[in-house]
Design a protein around this ligand. Sequence first.
Ligand code: PEP
Length: 258
Amino acid sequence: GKTRTPLMAGNWKMNLNHQEAIVLVQKLAVTLSDKRHDYGRVEVVVLPPFTDLRSVQTLVDGDRLQLKYGAQDVSLHDSGAYTGEISAAMLAKLGCAYVVVGHSERREYHAETDEVVNGKAHQAHKADMTPIVCVGEGLSVRQAGEHVPHCLAQVDGSLAGFSAEQVADLVIAYEPVWAIGTGEVATPEDAQEVCAAIRERIREVHGDAAADGVRVLYGGSVKAANVAGIMAQPDVDGCLVGGASLQADEFGGICRFY
Ligand code: PEP
């Protein structure tokens, strides 16, 4: 069996203002407090827009609920003349435990390269937050049968400069771009193939402790109705959830996948 703590992370993307955010997190708090379920087995994280973080952190006690907060992106830079950017130190101060880096939407719409993603992962790590490093292939790469080498190259580039000890505590999310927001969920076998290949690569480069510690998530159209088959795969340690994380009951259903 798997010894890694399952992680369910809800990526709200650019949805919900700070007042709507409080409503959703309070509903989620009610869901996660339901003693009929053993939510304590799962680490639950929500990733609101930057403008919502202060509100949810102040009004909903994540510590009591074992609910953690994170951000969807972070600046490459420490501080200074970078208009519009948000630093890792600012996010850590707001109680963020996680930061998503290299989401496919950032790679696509903001031309983020593996080098940029790697720099952001280091910024998060330096501020004592865990980067959730996203990788994944588009449809044409999948159709060409190149998805495994494509994702492994992204892993290599995005994790450059991390030690084996550091990699053991990181989170990698495999998100096939063709499955994000499309309703087109990868099969459990598709998810397992790439998540297992990622873990094997970590084993080759960083050794057993890193490979056995690193958590590899699947993301792409995960719902309460399809999560069980995905989580049954030996190398899938959790899910990065977009659309379905905007409803407390649906996200709660995902968090009690077992
Ligand atoms: C995501 O954006 O990380 C994602 C997986 O989105 P969705 O669940 O909506 O496909």
